[in-house]
Structures are given as C-alpha cells and as structure tokens.
Design a protein around this ligand. Structure first.
Ligand code: SF4
Length: 506
C-alpha cells in the first residue's frame, strides 16, 4: 500500500512509483538533484529556449543571441519545430554573435556591440533583446555595458534577458526568472487608465490588443479558433472592464505602457505571478490572486474577485448567471457520464513539465464527480513550479499524483497504471504532442480519450487550452464525445493502428 492507502500495481511498485498527494511529492523532492536520485540528466530545455520563446510573442523585434552558433541553432530549431508551428510569431529573427574559441579567451563584448549596431541598421526593429548563453556567462562578458555602449548609436531600444542555460536547469525556475525581466522593459506610468486590466502570464499566444501600425485589428482576435487570452478578454469585457495589455505580446511601445493599467489579472501562475509581483513592487499595480480558470467554480472565482476589486459585483453576477444558463445543461450531461470514473491526467508525455494546466484540468474534472490521478510530472519539475504549487495549495486543491524515479523524457507506461488493482473505469486526458496509444490496449475505443494536449487542440468558438466558461463548455463536449465513442465500439481505431507501438513499449 502507498502512503495514501491506495493499492499499487506490481509493475508500478517494482519501478518505485507510488500515488501520493501533490503536497507530499513536493515535500519529498529535493530542489536540486545533487545526490542523483533520478536517473539520467537533470532538466529539459535550457533557459535560453524559454527566454527566447517568450520573446517570440513580441512584434517588430529581433532577438540577438550572444554565444556560439550552436546555441542559436538549438533555439531556432526549437522555435521552428515546437513553437512557431503552433503559436506566436511565425518567424523571429535571431542573429548570433558566433562566439568561438578565441572569443572565450579574449571576451566577446566587442563583438556584441558590433552585432547590435549592425542589427539596428539592417533590420530596423523597434526593439532588440540580447540573450546570453553558457559560454558568455561563464567568461563573465559584461552584457549590460555592451548594451549601454551600443544603445548610444542605435534607434531601437535594447534590453537584455539573462538566459545562460546552466544557471537554472529546471523549466519552472527559467520561466520565473525570464518573466521578471519584462518589468525592466516597462516605463513608470505617467497616468492610470480607469477600468483597465492587464492579462499577465500568456505564453505561446500572440495576443496583443493593439495592431501593428497600418494593420487591421482582428475583431475576434484569433478568428474561429480562439486562444486562452481571447476567452479571458471576453470575461473581463463581460463585466464592463477594458483590456489594456496582454503580456507577453505586442511591440515595445505596447509592453512599456503596461503599468498604466488599474489592475493585473493572471493566466498562467508561473509566467504571471512573478511579473505581477514585480509590477506591484515597482509600479504599485495590484493584482488579483486567481489564475488559470478551468471549470465552473474557478472561472466564477476569477471573475468575481476581479469584480470585487473594481466594484463590478452586479455586472459580474448578471454575466455569470447568463453564462451558466448556457453551460449547465452540458455540464450535467458530462457529469452523468463520468461521475465516479477515474481521470488519468498526463502532465507531459515526453516533456514531464506541465503542472498548472493538468492541475487546473483536474480541478474541473473533480467538479464532474471524477476522482483524479495526475502522472508523468518529473518531481524536480514540480519543485521548480513553486508558483503553480503555492497557488493550488492556497486554493486547497491537493489531488493524487504519481511520484517515483522518473528519468527525464522517459514516460511512465500508462498500461501499468491501468493495471493498478483496486482502481476503476478510466478516462484518459492527454497533455502533449507525443501520443501514447496502442491498438486494443490504449485506444479511444476501449479507454475514453480526451485530447487536451494544448499544442494540437483547436476548437471552434472556444479556447482549445480550456479556460473560462467557453473552455469548460468545449471540455464537456469533448468528454461526452469520448465516452460515448468508447461505449459504442470495441474495434481498435485507425488512429491507434497507425501509431501502433509509438514511443514506448507496452
Ligand atoms: S545549455 Fe548553454 S550551451 Fe546549451 S544551448 Fe543552452 S545556453 Fe547554449
């Protein structure tokens, strides 16, 4: 028996896995794995990747990589294959200073100044941001002095986001450190705009509310496939407030004027809370302590707390009532189908880093009467997502998660979880671009499967990533469809026959 009294399957047990509360896994996990408790290397994508992909949501900007060509190639490759295909800026220019074996002896700051001046002349961007790398950080290149020197003769505003990969191996810490730097790009406000709200913590969406000069603003922002920010904007506007800025996105002028907003609200905790706290310290802008509203009650709470702060309680009451009238019939239908079943929620098949979104999903599934089980999160990545963890603990949400000896990028075998004696009927919620399927074993026909992986999920007229009332409505529809399909047929689908034994062996 595990510490929670649940049975464990033999196969899971042999591999050292156990079901524990999220808080217990957090407490048991060291911040850094100096004792090599986990097999393989530590960390996934380097801080440079997280920093540059956050900047890829800006416009009229150029990222200058200060380091070897290989670091730049790694980031370009990531952006093109794992980022721009789905989100954000379709192409971010990323020239590189090409630090070589001579520069690591003599220093690379002169090269950086030259490259910055050349980029300003050739690309004529509104903003340039310098990202350093392991080699230039290890030799102690003074990037800030180089930026100040170049700034004197450049038209573009130049900023610097420290991003050497070795400094913060776990992903969550990279995100926190990167998010803070956007407060440095902002100007002190000369005025406060009444009834205006910033949304902080949008990542992988290019959702600024001001179009580029000469470009028409898209009325529905993302057309018929909205993103999370589209729905959060709808919630804010639904109670009579106005969106000022959605960060991170937009041009430098757009970002630098963010402190003119009356209040900040949060989308993702790890991207949003550190920036909100820094903006509170630096510009005295308050923020609302809610985030990632997936499901009925979390969305009501997100809207109501904003309404309380801005004196819009009556508008919020009316708005919520209208929304729930539409939503509750589909909520009840979904609940009737899954009440008492087990939600297996993946936290990243291959990346093992997703936490806030699976937790928010779990919270929404509990509302439907499901018992939730999260798995596939590397313990060190949970430790690194302290912002997410603290938020859910504040909210009193502490579900079961699979703890164990995860090796990075080696997914736990879902078939072993399903063999766990004493459990029950499952619905499987995916969370990655790498599908785990096998004909007849893990197939939508024998295990109801809801595709909640945020990269690939597109839903007409609802945010595919799931926030807000419209995100909830789409989630319930997907659950109904998945359960009804699995009850209707036992024949393995073409999907699993094609994918077969992809990625891991059952
Ligand atoms: S870990 Fe360091 S050397 Fe490797 S890509 Fe990142 S910045 Fe470059």
């Amino acid at each position: 028996m595990s510490s929670t009294g649940l049975n464990k399957s033999n196969k899971l047990q042999k591999q050292g896995f156990e079901w524990v509360k999220v808080s217990e896994m957090f407490e048991k996990t060291p911040e850094t794995d100096f004792n090599c408790a986990y097999p393989g290397y530590s960390g996934l994508w380097c801080r440079l990747i997280m920093a540059v992909t956050s900047y890829a949501m800006t416009k009229n900007s150029v990222a200058v990589i200060h380091g070897p060509a290989n670091c730049a190639w790694a980031v370009r490759n990531f952006c093109q294959t794992n980022y721009s295909l789905y989100y954000g800026n379709p192409f971010l220019h990323m020239p590189v200073t090409c630090i070589d074996q001579n520069d690591v002896i003599s220093g690379g700051t002169d090269k950086l100044v030259t490259v910055l001046k050349q980029v300003d002349k050739d690309y004529k961007p509104g903003h340039i941001c310098v990202f350093d790398t392991c080699s230039t950080a290890l030799i102690g290149d003074d990037v800030e002095t180089a930026v100040n020197m170049a700034q004197k003769s450049c038209n573009a505003r130049i900023d610097y986001i420290p991003s050497a990969g070795f400094t913060t191996p776990p992903l969550g810490k990279s995100i926190e450190q990167t998010a803070l730097r956007y407060a440095e790009i902002m100007d002190s406000p000369t005025k406060t705009i009444e009834n205006s709200v910033n949304i902080l913590g949008q990542y992988k969406e290019q959702q600024d509310s001001s179009p580029m000069p000469g470009k028409k603003k898209c009325k529905n922002r993302r057309g018929k496939y909205p993103d999370d920010a589209s729905e959060l904007v709808r919630l804010v506007e639904g109670i009579g407030l106005n969106i000022h800025r959605i960060l991170i996105s937009g041009t430098h002028d757009y970002i630098k004027t963010a402190p003119q907003a009356k209040v900040n609200v949060i989308s993702c905790p790890t991207w949003g809370f550190p920036l909100a706290e820094r903006m509170r310290e630096k510009f005295s802008i308050p923020y609302i302590n809610q985030s990632i509203p997936i499901g009925v009650e979390p969305t009501k709470k997100w809207v109501t707390e904003l309404a309380k702060f801005t004196g819009r309680e009556l508008e919020a009451k009316d708005f919520i009532q209208r929304e729930l009238e539409e939503l509750m019939p589909v909520f009840e239908r979904a609940k009737n189908l899954v009440n008492g079943k087990i939600a297996l929620i993946e936290c990243g098949r291959n990346s093992q880093t997703a936490f806030a979104r699976p937790m928010a999903l779990a919270r929404a599934l509990e509302e439907l009467g499901m018992s939730v089980r999260l798995f596939g999160l590397h313990p060190l990545e949970l430790r690194a997502k302290a912002m997410d963890f603290e938020y859910f603990m504040r909210e009193g949400f502490d579900p079961l998660i699979l703890n164990g000896n995860y090796a990075y990028q080696q997914p736990v075998n879902i078939a072993h979880i399903m063999e766990d004696p004493g459990q029950g009927e499952y619905v499987y919620f995916t969370q990655d671009i790498f599908p785990a399927v096998r004909s007849g074993i893990l197939d939508p026909a024998n295990v109801a499967r809801v595709e909640t992986g945020v990269h690939l999920r597109r839903v007409i007229d609802a945010p595919g990533r799931g926030v807000g009332f419209r995100g909830a409505r789409a989630l319930y529809h997907s659950i109904i469809e998945a359960v009804m399909f699995s009850e209707k047929t036992t024949k393995p689908t073409l999907y699993t026959r094609v994918h077969g034994n992809f990625y891991e062996s059952f």
